[in-house]
Each structure stands twice: as structure tokens, then as C-alpha cells.
Ligand binder design. Structure first.
Ligand SMILES: [Fe+2]
Length: 223
């Protein structure tokens, strides 16, 4: 696999969302073979080798609530697309049609169309909502359990055998970190505590040789 192109996005705080002084990293065409098809097991094994444990595979519906993780960074790889992700903005209404397709969300974020092979490395605090405007239902949910671990005797086998359809991503978190779900306004006046969540030693894709080691904080330890 050639070294994928890296794109950085700086998304600072809004009124309700901490977001992050660390950039969002996007690698294009990660884990794509010569045939243009993705290799989910190669992604799974690379994340695991680099100390990021896969905890879910999800198929997205028409809407998701904007959220962030206050105690962990996260990585997500698009296994099947296209899909859309809005970054950095809080929802301002409970109605999914209004906060996803209307104007009931904060200014200050960005929205991008994503495709198979897009790999994101997301700093703690950065808000995101993932959705598929072409989906019929509002949500399909996690395909591998409760999203806090792959619930199977052989997690690799389950991931390898999942049918890829619609907008699907696989998510992983640095080993030893626990992820929780927070929505806009949950940490008002306390953004710094989230921005200081420790950076893991290894980039989920590049390990010791770049990514978060170059673009987040200079690590003091070896990956
Ligand atoms: Fe997330």
C-alpha cells in the first residue's frame, strides 16, 4: 500500500463544542488494494498492531446526533460509501430532519462527503455526526455489538465476513482509553480538560513514522 495522502483540518471551539486545537487528520485511499477494494482485515490488523483497538463496525442511517468523546481520541475508516460527516457543530433541535437536513445546527463546522478508504484520526473533543442521505431508515446501528468491543469469539473473522453496503465505518480507540458520548454544551467552561487528553504513542495507520506524532504533540516516548 502506498503512503496515503494526508489532509489536515483545523476546527476550533464553538460556543457549545470543545472541538480541538489538534487538527483532524484525513488519510485518503487507506487500505485500498490495486483493484480499488478495501481490505477491512488489513485495517483491523494495522490498528491493533499500532495500539488502537477496534470496537465497532456501524452502518449509518439518515441521521446521527452530533457528539464528541471527552476522554478518548478515535479513528474511523470508511469501509463502504459514500457518506457524509459534519464536523465541529452542535445540533440545536431534537428533530433529526431539522438538525441534519435543516438549519438547526451551530455555525462554525464543516461538512464533507466521504468515500471508501477515507481514514480519520479524531482528537478528543472534536464533534462529529455521520449520516447517509441516501439511506431509507434513520439508523441501522452497530453491526458488531454494543460498540464497546467486537462481540464475537473471533473478532477478525466477524469483521472479514461483514457484507459491505450503504455507508459503513469501522472505529477504534487507543488501547487503555475508554470512550463516552457527549453532546453540545456538556463541558461548557471546561474545554481545556478535554484538550489535554493524552496523545497515544502510535498513529493508527503510520505507527512510529508520522501522523499524530508529527501533527498533534511531539511524543516523548517511542511507539
Ligand atoms: Fe465518535
Amino acid at each position: 500500500m502506498a503512503k496515503p495522502q494526508l489532509i489536515k483540518y483545523d476546527i476550533g471551539p464553538t460556543k457549545l463544542m470543545p472541538n480541538s486545537p489538534k487538527p483532524l487528520l484525513l488519510y485518503k485511499k487507506a487500505f485500498l488494494g490495486q483493484d480499488g477494494k478495501i481490505d477491512p482485515l488489513l485495517a483491523f490488523d494495522t490498528f491493533t498492531k499500532n495500539g488502537w483497538d477496534v470496537q465497532w463496525v456501524t452502518r449509518y442511517g439518515r441521521a446521527q446526533r452530533s457528539h464528541y468523546h471527552d476522554s478518548s481520541h478515535e479513528t474511523m475508516i470508511v469501509l463502504s460509501g459514500p457518506g457524509r460527516i459534519r464536523w465541529g457543530a452542535a445540533d440545536l433541535d431534537d428533530d433529526p430532519e431539522k438538525h441534519t437536513y435543516g438549519d438547526a445546527y451551530e455555525p462554525g463546522g464543516i461538512e464533507i462527503e466521504v468515500e471508501t478508504g477515507d481514514l480519520f484520526v479524531i482528537p478528543a473533543g472534536l464533534a462529529h455526526k455521520s449520516f447517509d442521505p441516501g439511506a431509507k431508515g434513520e439508523s441501522y446501528g452497530c453491526l458488531t455489538g454494543d460498540a464497546h468491543g467486537i462481540e464475537a469469539d473471533d473478532p477478525r473473522k466477524l469483521v472479514a465476513e461483514l457484507a459491505l453496503q450503504g455507508f459503513m465505518m469501522m472505529g477504534a480507540y487507543p488501547r487503555g482509553f475508554t470512550w463516552t458520548w457527549s453532546e453540545g454544551g456538556a463541558h461548557l467552561g471546561n474545554f481545556e480538560s478535554i484538550w489535554s487528553v493524552e496523545t497515544p504513542d502510535c498513529d493508527p495507520l503510520l505507527g512510529n513514522s508520522g501522523g499524530i506524532r508529527d501533527h498533534w504533540e511531539k511524543p516523548t516516548t517511542q511507539c
